[in-house]
Design a protein. Structure first.
Length: 235
């Protein structure tokens, strides 16, 4: 079975509707960020290995039976820059659905929300960099109204909330391994990002999107990962 990464690497890097203010073609930029991520797939999300999400046999909160990957991604930028503007500390949230089959690089929808502290220039940079991390074509990509992003993590737990949980929430708990160390998947690429420090496996206690296209799951896939990408090595 073909890897989703092979498929995506052949596609143009487009966020439909994102409309970044400037092209990254001639600008220097970089981003090192940690993501608290959870989705509707069982552990571990098969979308990293296949071109179809897990199949849900029963209707779930009105989403019906079938294949879908409904997820929340809470970002904290550890270090980065965009054309001279520092991105350090910027927080933002993505919620979306990969759809039932993304073998052609087409995905369903995504909604991006910035923490109010993110400056206009930082937003421009983030909007320009994200298509390099997620090399897909969204049928719908929108930027929602600002909301505070709460973000905290350790080797035991990871918690992220959007607008104090009123708009979205992700709570992860460490998967018990053979020792007290976290269980980590290494040498697995995170889509368009060429480097990461490993996927720390943390099944979710809850992952919920409470805005438009609302969904909520408990006990499904979750992990933390720190990715690194720059203009020197972006796909």
């Amino acid at each position: 079975m073909r890897s989703v990464l092979l498929v995506l690497s052949l596609l143009s890097l487009v966020f439909v509707g994102a409309g970044p203010a400037a092209s990254t073609a001639t600008l220097e930029w970089s981003m090192n960020a940690t993501i608290i991520e959870a989705c509707s797939c069982p552990m571990f999300c098969q979308c990293f290995f296949n071109t179809q999400p897990a199949h849900h046999a029963e209707d779930h909160a009105g989403h019906g039976a079938g294949r879908y990957c409904l997820g929340n991604l809470a970002y904290r930028v550890n270090k980065g820059s965009y054309d001279g503007t520092k991105l350090d500390g910027a927080k933002f949230w993505m919620a979306g659905d990969l759809g039932s089959d993304f073998s052609k690089g087409e995905t369903e929808w995504a909604i991006l929300t910035f923490d109010p502290s993110v400056s206009p220039r930082q937003r421009e940079g983030i909007l320009a960099i994200l298509p390099k991390i997620y090399p897909v074509k969204w049928k719908s990509f929108t930027v929602g109204a600002d909301a505070p992003v709460e973000w905290s993590a350790s080797n035991e737990t990871a918690t992220a909330r959007l607008d104090a949980g009123k708009r979205a929430e992700v709570v992860l708990g460490r998967f018990a391994g053979m020792t007290s160390e976290p269980v980590v998947i290494r040498n697995l690429r995170y889509l368009g990002a060429p480097r990461n420090d490993g996927f720390i496996l943390m099944p979710n206690q809850v992952e919920a999107w409470r805005g438009d296209k609302a969904f909520e799951f408990k006990g499904t896939n979750g992990f933390m990962v720190t990715i690194d990408i720059s203009s020197r090595d972006a796909i």
